[in-house]
Design a protein around this ligand. Sequence first.
Ligand code: GDP
Length: 175
Amino acid sequence: SSDEETEEYLFKIVIIGDSAVGKSNLLSRYARNEFNMHSKATIGVEFQTQSMEIDGKEVKAQIWDTAGQERFRAVTSAYYRGAVGALIVYDITRRTTFDSVGRWLDELNTHSDTTVAKMLVGNKYDLDDIRAVSIEEGKNVAEKHGLFFMETSAKDSTNVKKAFEIIIHEIYRNI
Ligand code: GDP
């Protein structure tokens, strides 16, 4: 029926991870095809909405960026509320950001239900030469927690679109 044809979905996806791993740039690369060498100074939650079509249906992904909240250890429960997907991001050149992944997963699990589609993202793949975390280590942690896994570069665009599309398709598959 025409009702089905006009069906629309809105999926809230949150991006979490330590400061400066590239969360804002992953979002700006995906939503606006932009990259910024200098971190933003603004503080406050922001989101961008990106539309795509799956099975002839309009799917809107509302993707949230902490916009610096994590620096003050104050990512609020409002940030997680209603999320159906999450990207947990670390920087492949900084091991401490990888060590934090478990803590971010705990926080996510505290504030959302277990059906949230999750992807572990090792960002800054363009800096492969100075990586501090191997692909295998990333894969192992993802496998252990049942997460999708991908290495990306917001700088040169590697796998950014793919990462978001995989998570959006997974959310769609779950509904
Ligand atoms: P956030 O604090 O997690 O949102 O991180 P930002 O997106 O603000 O990025 C932090 C810094 O890392 C900035 O200087 C970015 O230019 C840089 N950055 C982000 N993504 C990449 C990437 O894929 N490769 C490289 N080389 N630098 C990146």
